[in-house]
Structures are given as C-alpha cells and as structure tokens.
Design a protein around this ligand. Structure first.
Ligand code: PLP
Length: 472
C-alpha cells in the first residue's frame, strides 16, 4: 500500500487555507487531490500528529478534517494500516472514463472524432483482409502506417523511412517507453513547468528526477514561452539524461517554441549528451495551418493521432533513428506486444489526407476557442486569458490562488475542472487553471455562468496569510 509522508502531502496541498474553517478547507483539499488523481485511491495518509506538525495546525484540526473525510466515505481506518483514502463507490476520479451525463467535463483537452474517421474505419475493414492470414503481432507497427507516418515527416522537411518509425499505443505510451528505455533510476530529466502531468508521471515511474524549466502562456502574439536562462542553466548544471519538451502548442500554456530557440535547445542537448524528446501531439493544431517544422534527425519525435483524428484510436508513434526504434521495440515486451492492427489501418487511411482533415479540425477548434474566450471576457473579466494560436487549451491566470478551491466548487455546479497544481511539480500553480476549449458554443454558453457562480463562491477569498514561521 502506498503511503504519503506529511511533507509530501504538505507540498501537494499547497495553499489550502480559505476563509472558512480550517478543518473543512483541509478536508476539501485532500478530497480534491483524490478526485483529480494527484493522490491515488488506496493511499495511506500520514498520522494526524505528523500532518499537524507539517502544516503548523493543531492536531484537533487534522483529526476533524480526517473525521469529515471519513463521514464522506473518502477515508477508511484499516487495522494496522492507519487511514487510507478511497474513492467511494460510484465516485470517479477526474480521469476515469465514465461520467454522469449531467456534468460538463473540462478536464480533457480533446475533441470528438474528426468526421472523416468513420469512412476510414469502413475502408480499413477491407484492408484488414490482407492481414488476417498473418499472426497479427506487430511490435514495430503495420508497414502501411509506418510508411504513412514516415511520409509526413519527409513532407515536413525531415527525410524519414519506415524503419525510423515505431507505432505505439498513443503518445503517452511512446513517452513512457522512451523514459523506460533511456533512463537509469536517479537520472535527471528536464521537464517543463507547468507541463503535461502524465509525461512527468512517466519520467518519475522510470526513476527520473525532474528538473523543471518554466514555461509561460502568451499575453499577446510573440510573448510567453520557455525561460531561456533556465533552459541553459538546467542543461549545464544537471546534464540531464533526457529532456522532454512540447514545443508545438505546449500543454497547458499553448506556447510555441520559436525556431531560433529550437536550434539552441538542440545544441544544448548535443553538448550535454542529453536525449532530446519532443512531443508533437498537438503540433498540427495551428489555427492558421502554419505547422512548426520538425527538429533534426537526432531528436526523438513523438506523435499521435489522438488530437488530430480521435483519441479513441489510441495510436501514436516515435520517429527516431532505426537503431533507437529497435531498442524501444525491445522494451515493449514486459508490458505489451504491439498495437492493434485494425486501428493502425484506420490511421494509415487518414494520414495521406490529414492536411485536408485538419482544415475542419482547426476551424472547429478556433470557433470553440472564440466562444470560450468571449464567454470568459463577459462573465469573468478578472481572469487573465492568454493568447493562443492553436492547441486545445487556455492556461488562465486567476486573480487569487484559488484553483483547487474553484475545482471543488465547480463540481458542485456539475463542471469538472483540473486545478492548476495538477500541471506543476509540487503543488504550484494555484493561480492557474487549464481550460480546454473542447466544448461547443452552446455548451460554453451554459457552462461559463456556472464557472462564474463557482468563482463567486471562492474567488474573492484570498487565503489568510500564513503565520510567520521562526526557525531556530
Ligand atoms: C502533450 C501530450 N502528450 C501526450 C498526450 C497523450 O496522447 P495519447 O492520447 O496519444 O496517448 C497528450 C494528451 O493530452 C498530450 O497533450
């Protein structure tokens, strides 16, 4: 059973105080951490006395917060194991697949399937016939799809052969595979902050020690992005074994790394012996169709059909030199033995037409972005909404550090949100909220007033200043 130390829980809790009673604020924040997946169900909480000392509150406060969680059936006393957090039956974590139809889900930056996917599915049924006499185990991927992926890189300016492509079970699988194949426990891994939480999870699961480089959202065209000094410093000070970046519509900020900075990052990675991995999952989602060019051939590129076509296909890939592709494939076997053939055939049907498909996708995203930005400007003008030219989400800055409290309040109004700290390393980003523009205009019209109502419940309450702590 996993246990959480008092200091780890303190980091996760961040600024948990609000205007109400401390016991309620503490219980609510722990519950949110459980619901949004930052604390896995089945985790043992620290003893009351230890947590009280770590948070500088009385033991009575912690005991009362734990009692409240027990009443809500989120906390259970297990003989010999202390207090264990569990999701009550029927309650789903934010990332779980089944939702009540009454809720609006703003936790996922993803669209429904592109309309062209249906026809590709039907065509792929006929294509499947040629594969049925084989055994169906495709550790590297189906040749047609590997070739189609390679052709897209070639067309974008990076000559690529099918041998330089490995088909995976989505981009997340690709990132996890690269981390497992490249990292030795204890290695430094350069990551972005904020960043994509599951990439961070993958680096940590492979034993990597994250080194964070700040990325900011753009206030207007050409602003925001990767802190150049922090990048230089992170490479030279820690010589990371692996650097993971999302240079094209970074999740969650939506920033795009400019061409000159890309060149400097490649140079830094080469000089410090770092394996540079670029995750291009959202790269194609530029509203104006100006898709950033690939990196040089020695950089590991990760791609996905999830955002351009449909997440339900679960198809992603790695583009790397042929030796790395074989090395990665060899690391699959302990966990899985390849990607389903049928879905690969569907994507192989779509890729040659992808530019055409993306026209509709980008139009849809732009109009959803516009609806959300307009709604927020009208009803929540105090929120700072960044400028984005593509991608799937807005990294909104709140006037007070109340992102987790807002996520709790919004749930009461039927809106699921992922609070800012989910995208940080240690409870940071309480002043931020990732809002995907995955909802259509009608849904946005209904949802923004609910967000405004939830914000009114929490938004004006600035957390009480912490008592000055003297260390002697
Ligand atoms: C940057 C990034 N990488 C990977 C993923 C996961 O992609 P997939 O669904 O292909 O596993 C996402 C999904 O949101 C993402 O934003």
């Amino acid at each position: 059973m996993a246990s959480l130390s008092a200091s780890s829980l303190r980091h996760l809790l961040g600024d948990w105080h609000d205007d109400g009673p401390a016991l309620r604020a503490l219980a609510d924040r722990i519950r949110l951490l459980l619901l949004d997946g930052r604390i896995p169900s089945g985790t043992r909480l620290p003893a009351e006395r230890e947590l009280a000392a770590a948070l500088s509150v009385s033991r009575t406060t912690v005991a009362a917060a734990y009692a409240r969680l027990r009443d809500q059936e989120h906390l259970h006393s297990v003989r010999g194991s202390g207090s264990v957090l569990r999701l009550p039956a029927g309650e789903q974590p934010a990332e779980a697949p089944h939702r009540s139809p009454a809720t609006v889900d703003l936790t996922r930056a993803a669209l429904p399937a592109a309309p062209e996917v249906q026809a590709a599915v039907e065509a792929a049924v006929a294509d499947l016939r040629a594969h049925l006499p084989g055994d169906g185990y495709e550790l590297l991927g189906v040749a047609d799809l590997r070739r189609a992926v390679a052709d897209r890189y070639t067309a974008r300016g990076l000559p690529t052969t099918a041998e330089e492509v490995l088909v995976t079970l989505g981009a997340q699988h690709a990132v996890g595979l690269v981390c497992r194949a490249v990292l030795t426990p204890g290695d430094r891994v350069l990551v972005e902050s904020p960043g994509y939480p599951h990439a961070l999870d993958a680096a940590r699961a492979a034993g990597g020690r994250p080194v964070a480089v700040p990325v900011t959202a753009a206030a207007g065209p050409g602003s925001g992005g990767w802190d150049e000094e922090a990048l230089q410093e992170a490479f030279s000070r820690t010589r990371p074994a692996l650097a993971y970046l999302m240079p094209g519509f970074h999740n969650p900020t939506g920033s795009v790394m400019p061409a000159d900075q890309r060149r400097r990052v490649v140079d830094l990675a080469r000089r410090h012996g770092t394996r540079l991995v670029v995750d291009e999952t959202t790269n194609d989602l530029a509203f104006d169709g100006e898709v950033p060019a690939p990196f040089p051939a020695d950089v590991v590129h990760v791609g996905s059909a999830a955002k351009s076509l449909w997440g339900g296909l679960r198809i992603g890939w790695v583009r790397a030199d042929a030796a790395t592709v074989r090395h990665l494939a060899a690391h699959r076997a302990p966990w899985e033995l390849g990607t389903p053939v049928f879905e690969q055939l569907v994507v192989a049907r779509c890729l040659p037409r992808l530019d055409e498909i993306l026209v509709g996708r980008r139009r849809e995203l732009r109009s959803r972005r516009d609806a959300l930005v307009t709604g927020l400007a009208a009803q929540l003008p105090e929120w700072e909404v960044p400028h984005v030219d593509g991608g799937l989400a807005l990294w909104v800055r709140l006037p007070t550090p109340a992102s987790s409290a807002l996520a709790v309040a919004a749930r009461r109004h039927g809106v699921l949100l992922t609070a800012g700290p989910r995208f940080g390393l240690d409870g940071a980003f309480e002043r931020h909220l990732r809002l995907p523009f995955n909802a259509d205009a009608a849904t946005v019209r209904d949802t923004v007033p609910l967000l405004a109502r939830a914000w009114r419940e929490v938004g004006t309450s600035v957390p009480a200043p912490r008592p000055f702590e003297v260390v002697v």
